[in-house]
Design a binder for this molecule. Structure first.
Ligand code: TUI
Length: 317
C-alpha cells in the first residue's frame, strides 16, 4: 500500500481541515510550506472565487495542496470541473456522497479523498475508486456525523483497504499517535489550524477557540439532519432553545444562513456561528502553521517513545 505521504506528496502525514471561509489560500499555503497538506475550502463559494484561491496558493507555495468540495454547495459541479481544469493535486469532499464525480477526477490524475462519517460510505467510496478516506468523528467542528473518532476510525480501517485518515478531536501529538494506533495512516487537523497565525480569521473567533474548555462546544440542528458543532455563544443558545420548541427546517436553516461568514469575516462572536471541534479545549495560543505541525510531530515521537510499560516493552518496564 502506498504510504500516505507519497500519495499526497508531502513530508508529514498531516492534512489541514477544510474549514469554510477559514481555509483560504494563505492558510493552505502555510500548512503545505510546513510539510503538511494544506486545503482550500470551496465552502459555498463559486468557481471564480476558488480559482483565485488556487492561484493565490500557487503564488505562495510550490508544494502540493488540495481543494475541498462541500457537496451541499450549489457550485459543487463547477468546482469539480475547476479542480480538473486546474489539475489540483488532491480533492477532498464533505457533506455528501461524491461517487458520481470520482471517475472524472481520477481520469484527470487527481488524488480523491472523500470525508466519511460511516464505514458504509467508506466502503462505497473505495469501490468507486477513492484513493483514501478521511474518517471524521463527531468530535469535529462544523457539520458532523454520529460516531466518535475512537469508534469510527478502527471500524473504517477494518472496512476498507485504502488508507484511512483520522479526523475529529486531534489537535496534538497525543491525539495523532492515538489515531495511528486505531489504524489511521494520517490525521486531519482543523480546529487547531483555525488559530494559526496565517489563518485570516477575525481575532474574536481565534480568541474564543483559545479560551474554550472541554465542554464549550454544543451541537445544534440535529433535527434538520445536518447537525453542526459550534462554540457556545448567544446564537448557539438561541438556536438550541428554538429547536426545543417548534421551528421548521427551512426557518432554522434561514436563521443559520450567513452566520459562519459573520463569525470569520465580521468578527461577530455573539451572533456568528463559531464552528469548532471539541479539541478547542486543547488549543492554547495563536502560532504559525509550521510550528503547529512540528509540535504535533514532536509530540507524537514523545508519546511513541514513552509507551509500552504495561506490556513490558518500554519506559518503566
Ligand atoms: O462537511 C464537513 N463539515 C462541514 S461542511 C460545513 S458547511 C455546512 N454548514 C451547515 C450545514 C451543513 C453544512 C461545515 N462543516 N465534514 C465532512 C462530513 N461529511 N461530515 C459528515 C459528512 C457526511 C455526512 C453524511 C458525509 C456523507 C454523508 O452521507 C452521504 C450519503 O449521502 O450517504
Amino acid at each position: 500500500m502506498k504510504d500516505i505521504t507519497g500519495l499526497l506528496g508531502v513530508r508529514y502525514p498531516i492534512i489541514q481541515g477544510a474549514m469554510a471561509w477559514v481555509a483560504e489560500h494563505r492558510l493552505a499555503a502555510a500548512v503545505s510550506n510546513g510539510g503538511g497538506l494544506g486545503l482550500i475550502a470551496g465552502g459555498s463559494a463559486d468557481a471564480d472565487f476558488v480559482r483565485g484561491q488556487i492561484q493565490g496558493a500557487r503564488a505562495l507555495t510550490d508544494k502540493p495542496f488540495g481543494v475541498n468540495i462541500m457537496l451541499m454547495s450549489p457550485f459543487a459541479d463547477d468546482l469539480m470541473q475547476l479542480a480538473i481544469d486546474e489539475k489540483v493535486r488532491v480533492v477532498t469532499t464533505g457533506a455528501g456522497n461524491p461517487g458520481k464525480y470520482i471517475e472524472a477526477l481520477k481520469a484527470a490524475g487527481i488524488v480523491v479523498i472523500p470525508v466519511v462519517a460511516s464505514a458504509a460510505l467508506a466502503k462505497r467510496m473505495e469501490r468507486a475508486g477513492a484513493d483514501a478516506v478521511v474518517a471524521e468523528g463527531s468530535e469535529s467542528g462544523g457539520h458532523i456525523g454520529e460516531i466518535t473518532t475512537m469508534n469510527l476510525v478502527p471500524q473504517v480501517a477494518d472496512a476498507v483497504s485504502i488508507p484511512v485518515i483520522a479526523a475529529g478531536g486531534i489537535a496534538d501529538g497525543r491525539g495523532a499517535a492515538a489515531a495511528f494506533m486505531l489504524g489511521a495512516k494520517g490525521v486531519q487537523v482543523g480546529t487547531r489550524f483555525l488559530s494559526a497565525t496565517e489563518a485570516v480569521v477575525a481575532q474574536s473567533y481565534k480568541d474564543r477557540i483559545i479560551a474554550a474548555g472541554d465542554t464549550d462546544t454544543v451541537v445544534t440542528g440535529r433535527f434538520t439532519g445536518h447537525p453542526v458543532r459550534v462554540l457556545r455563544n448567544k446564537l448557539a443558545r438561541e438556536m438550541l432553545s428554538r429547536e426545543k420548541v417548534d421551528i421548521s427546517v427551512e426557518e432554522f436553516e434561514g436563521l443559520m444562513s450567513g452566520t459562519l461568514r459573520k463569525a470569520v469575516v465580521d468578527g461577530d462572536a455573539d451572533y456568528g456561528s463559531l464552528m469548532a471541534g471539541q479539541s478547542a479545549g486543547l488549543v492554547k495560543k495563536e502560532q504559525p502553521a509550521a510550528e503547529i505541525i512540528s509540535e504535533i510531530m514532536d509530540g507524537m515521537r514523545e508519546v511513541y517513545a514513552a509507551q509500552g510499560e504495561y506490556l513490558g516493552m518500554g519506559a518503566g518496564a
